[in-house]
Design a protein around this ligand. Sequence first.
Ligand code: NAG
Ligand code: NAG
Ligand code: NAG
Ligand code: CU
Ligand code: ZN
Length: 179
Amino acid sequence: MLAPLLALLAIPATFAGYACTDTTKAMVSLKGPGPGNGTVYFTQQAGSDEVHITGELNAFTPGKHGFHIHTSGDIYTDGCASTGGHYNPFNRTHGAPTDRIRHVGDLGNVEVDDSGHAKIDFTDRVITLCGRRTILGRGVVVHSGADDLGRGGFADSKTTGHAGNRTACGVIATVDATK
Ligand SMILES: *[C@@H]1O[C@H](CO)[C@@H](O)[C@H](O)[C@H]1NC(C)=O
Ligand SMILES: *[C@@H]1O[C@H](CO)[C@@H](O)[C@H](O)[C@H]1NC(C)=O
Ligand SMILES: *[C@@H]1O[C@H](CO)[C@@H](O)[C@H](O)[C@H]1NC(C)=O
Ligand SMILES: [Cu+2]
Ligand SMILES: [Zn+2]
């Protein structure tokens, strides 16, 4: 009787998002409608703003593919289409990962080799697993074409990087960081 009441009282008045303790790790399993699949991991140490992104993609078409965090993790209602637009909590325009003005979700391109494989290994300091703007539970989308990083001059360059269809997607889930 008392324990649930105390648990309720322990909820802070302002929701501060996901609290990182030690190492926080997350993963996404990427799957069709288009060709290609893969697994990508996100790792962040408590107190650091650096997120390490690692993983492998397989069976994608060779070349550059736009690679983004989308706002919603809903891949269930309408597949990759229901993951919304690029995660953009600061209402910016689309850009390169290295641009000051970018969507939080703008991770640029992954480069797939002639055998359909890409090894992912980079860091980003704009996305975060921790706090109010956590990417946990949001979507990751791999597109059919290259992200022009906002510089292509197409109608959708400043919103989506003109990256084409949503080839594969998945939901970012927490995993045990000790494994
Ligand atoms: C990924 O795609 C390849 C090629 O289509 C397929 O052989 C493999 O089984 C797929 N893996 C998963 C986990 O879906
Ligand atoms: C976002 O920015 C656009 C212009 O870049 C503006 O029209 C729109 O009202 C802004 N939305 C919010 C919620 O601030
Ligand atoms: C995007 O998907 C549509 C419909 O499936 C298809 O007709 C079109 O060729 C695709 N575009 C690219 C660039 O893959
Ligand atoms: Cu995208
Ligand atoms: Zn974007």
